[in-house]
Design a protein around this ligand. Structure first.
Ligand SMILES: Nc1ncnc2c1ncn2[C@@H]1O[C@H](COP(=O)(O)OP(=O)(O)OP(=O)(O)O)[C@@H](O)[C@H]1O
Ligand SMILES: Nc1ncnc2c1ncn2[C@@H]1O[C@H](COP(=O)(O)OP(=O)(O)OP(=O)(O)O)[C@@H](O)[C@H]1O
Ligand SMILES: [Mg+2]
Ligand SMILES: [Mg+2]
Lengths: 165, 156, 156, 165
């Protein structure tokens, strides 16, 4: 299973729609402080079902919607789509291309879609069960996690082991 | 469930020893130990890490870079247990010196034929070791855009 | 005691605005605010930081590098209130990009005629901006030694 | 007031005596991961009266004594001395040169000295009161502190303010 494409619009600092195509191998994401690199990672967590506002550096979920700037109005909708090539059928679905979409409207309405068909959040998290991807996985690593592993904060080592077993 | 966990733990432990030694030195000692072997589903998982002949009294005593490499070895040993299709590292190389950055990137290179790796970094050595680079910019204040970057421009 | 604190707070606040603008941009807005002006000895001290036209809903939303610069601005505003004879930074530049590393080191240079600064760093730009370099090594495993380093060797 | 010299022996990774002379201006401390840079900073905290084993990355104070290696026995004594030029009389003492020394024996005995005369820990912390130096000061900064300031962990902002007022 490979990532093929990530589309972000209205999520955090992505006032305009941004598309990133992924290839095989090692991709670097670079740029100055504050330009949006970690926001891209947050977008991937969010579309895969992250529900912890803390993990998204936000006080409430509404705060992940583009907040506007001096010269731009805030967005009313945050939308992220992540597409996969599923030709090895690792994801439990017949489709060879899978696109996961998550939307959040400023009025609080939420929408989840699988290949553009509306579904529940559970359908998305079930899809990635047992693949090593998902909001608690060991596949998105930041320095804060290094510290949690070393101090074993809140039994983090055990939850990582259980995730991988 | 107990047997399943013990089997996973045993495999992860042997992966950990191999990965740790490739990030540190071949003769370094390390281990993963269950605090209570009779109660594997509840026990704490202890990490023993002894890089370069040192005898730290706990892993807390290790340096910032040593802790980062040790945690990375643990994460990769879990990865080898159940490889995720992609792995993302957000500035995990920040505490590492040049030699360890190379080791870190070499191990990512090694696993990159099995999984996609996405690396966020400010470090030129790390960036130079990747296959494709996306640059994120805010030409308009507060609004992010992404462009593919030519590696030759980064090296300049 | 209340008046003494309010006087210190007011001075620190004006230092913060100046230092923040030298680490970010001259037109950026920022502030230090007491959560309860009537109870200054108990109130929380809130930080407002708005680099480059952004309007973050809290400082938690800022990036790793932006948080580091904001905290550094706060620490320097306290330093300006009561300058310590020496300041030590242990790898505080690790999350910063090249431009911000230069700003960080320039502000240290500016205060270095008043105080001694000791900077631990892996970053070549930072190291190149200092006056004298001590290299720490472990030629014998597990035993640290210190040598003065010639800057020309580091640049090589 | 200027730092002039730091001497470390038997403290953490300093199996042999190490002397660092400080000059004016900006001094860099460099070297590979794990070589002992942060240990030097820990030695300075410790000699200035740090009592928090957590701040010294140790489970108990005895752990700051050189623990030995495969080829060396552990030390029985950790000793750190920090010398200052006090010609501006910032420190409340008549001396123009001030040397602070702290010793810890493996049997638990402790010793504090001011210009080689035995004293109490309190005499050392009193000396640095109101100078901005000392174990809670804002003058020793690491990334963990940046995080504590941003999250305002345990009212860290207030304690820093009070230290500086
Ligand atoms: N909802 C939002 N609307 C607009 N901007 C936002 C929103 N949420 C976060 N931001 C902005 O995104 C920026 C942070 O971006 P991000 O964390 O991705 O930076 P980064 O590229 O990872 O930088 P660093 O190298 O410092 O880690 C902040 O300046 C913040 O104000
Ligand atoms: N009591 C002790 N006896 C012997 N060695 C010790 C003792 N306490 C700590 N050490 C060793 O000191 C090393 C850590 O040193 P330190 O934290 O100063 O490294 P550093 O130079 O700051 O590295 P980094 O760049 O990774 O931060 C560890 O490997 C640890 O085992
Ligand atoms: Mg970031
Ligand atoms: Mg260190």
């Amino acid at each position: 299973m490979q990532l093929t494409r990530l589309e972000i619009k209205g999520f955090k600092s992505f006032g305009d729609k941004v598309t990133i195509n992924f290839n095989e191998g090692v991709t670097a994401i670079v740029g100055p402080n504050g330009c949006g690199k970690s926001n891209i990672i947050d977008a991937m967590r969010w579309v895969l079902g992250e529900q912890s506002t803390k993990a998204l550096r936000s006080e409430k979920m509404e705060n992940i919607i583009f907040n506007g700037t001096k010269n731009r109005k805030q967005a009313q909708l945050a939308e992220v789509s992540l597409s996969f090539d599923n030709t090895k059928n690792i994801l439990p679905t017949a489709y060879s291309q899978v696109t996961v979409t998550r939307k959040l409207y400023r009025n609080g309405d939420s929408e989840y879609r699988l290949n553009d068909v509306q579904c529940r959040l559970k359908d998305i998290t079930d899809l990635f069960l047992d693949t090593g991807i998902g909001s608690d996985s060991y596949s998105i690593i930041e320095l804060k996690m290094v510290d949690e592993i070393i101090t074993n904060k809140e039994h983090s080592r055990r939850s990582l082991f259980e995730e991988a077993s | 469930a107990k047997d399943k966990f013990m089997e996973a733990f045993t495999q992860a432990r042997s992966h950990f020893i191999v990965v740790f030694r490739s990030l540190f030195n071949e003769e370094d000692s390390c281990d993963l130990i269950l605090s209570d072997v009779n109660n594997p589903l509840e026990a704490d998982i202890d990490i023993v890490a002894r890089p370069k002949g040192k005898r730290p009294l706990s892993i807390n005593q290790l340096s910032g870079g040593e802790k980062t490499l040790t945690a990375t070895a643990l994460l990769f040993s879990l990865y080898l247990l159940k490889p995720a299709p992609f792995c993302i590292f957000d500035e995990v190389d920040a505490p590492l010196d040049d030699t360890n950055i190379d080791k870190f990137n070499n191990i990512i290179r090694k696993f990159s034929d099995q999984s996609q790796f996405i690396i966020v970094s400010h470090n030129k050595r790390t960036i130079a070791s990747t296959d494709i680079i996306y640059g994120v910019t805010m030409v308009e204040q507060g609004v992010s855009r992404v462009v593919a970057v030519d590696l030759r421009e980064v090296a300049a």
